[in-house]
Structures are given as C-alpha cells and as structure tokens.
Design a protein around this ligand. Structure first.
Ligand code: IDP
Ligand code: MG
Length: 150
C-alpha cells in the first residue's frame, strides 16, 4: 500500500477548492490517513522543497507555500503515487490532462493548487516530515474489498 503526502496549497485553500480535491481523491477510491490545516513555516517549506534550492523559481515557491494556510493530508492505496499525480495533472497546468485538477482549475505553474509525492520513497519521507506517527490513522473501510484487489 503506497502513501503520498498531498497538499492543497494556499491558492487552492483561498479559492475554496479543499473540498474539490478531497472529493476527487475519495471518489478515486484512495483512503485518507491523516489531515491537518496549517500555516507552513519557512523552515518546513525549505526542508520540503530542498531539492529545488538554487532554481530560479525557488524563492517564489517558498513565499507561495508560506503565503497562507495549506491543507496537508496523507492518502494511501495501491498505486497511490501514480494515481494521485494523475488526478492532480502535470506540474504545468497547460500540459495537464483534461479532467485533472490542474487542467480544470489552474493556468500557471506557480499557482498549480496541489502537491503530491512523486515516488514511494519520497512519499514515506514527506509523510514523516509533515506528520508525527501518532497523527496517522490506520483503519479499514467496509468498501475496501471492492476497491483494493488484495
Ligand atoms: P510537482 O509539484 O508537480 O511535483 P515540481 O517539479 O516538484 O512539481 O515543482 C514543485 C513546485 O514548484 C511546483 O508544483 C510548482 O508550484 C513550482 N514550480 C515548478 N516549476 C516552476 C516554474 O518554472 N515556475 C514557477 N514555479 C514552479
Ligand atoms: Mg515535486
């Protein structure tokens, strides 16, 4: 079972799209593990986006993610990493597949609504960065056997 960190970034929160993001992930069959609504500190932002340090958009990215509250969540499921990134759409909204969140609700790469982990390993490390172990809820749903094959 793969796990991904999912963020509704400040633009998604300001535009009242938290529910839209959650609805699409729920509808896909993914299972919610944790959620919290927080103001991101500069320190957390810099650790989370350390891989982008030095790039031209880095400073703008840090001020974007710390500009207003975010909805931070953990979602899990088989193939969760690929499934969630597909539901989000490509990083650049004009390259995102029709029907994806970034296609349907965004125009610019610097205001692309969401974050999702890009690999199983990064999913695990991002979940550990954003959440304490006791904030993660292990649970089963009645419908799991109709969505998860095993
Ligand atoms: P991802 O969020 O789809 O994984 P990354 O390449 O990891 O995309 O970039 C992280 C975030 O940095 C993007 O979601 C976007 O908000 C921002 N970003 C990436 N490239 C650019 C750019 O060229 N200009 C402005 N912001 C960018
Ligand atoms: Mg990324």
């Amino acid at each position: 079972m793969e796990r991904s960190l999912v963020l509704v970034k400040p633009d998604g929160v300001q535009r009242a799209l938290i529910g839209e993001v959650i609805a699409r992930l729920e509808r896909r069959g993914l299972r919610l593990v944790a959620a919290k609504f927080i103001q991101v500190s500069k320190q957390l932002a810099e650790t989370h986006y350390a891989i982008h340090k030095g790039k031209a958009f880095y400073e703008g990215l840090i001020s974007y993610i710390t500009s207003a509250p975010v909805m931070a969540m953990v979602w899990e499921g088989p193939n969760a990493i690929a499934a969630i990134r597909q539901t989000m759409g490509s990083t650049r909204p004009t390259e995102a597949a029709p029907g994806s969140l970034r296609h349907d609700f965004a125009l610019e790469v610097g205001r692309n609504l969401t974050h999702a982990s890009d690999s199983v390993e990064n999913g695990a490390s991002e979940v550990a960065l954003w959440f304490k172990p006791e904030e993660l809820v292990n649970w089963n749903r009645e419908i799991d056997e109709w969505i998860f094959e095993k």
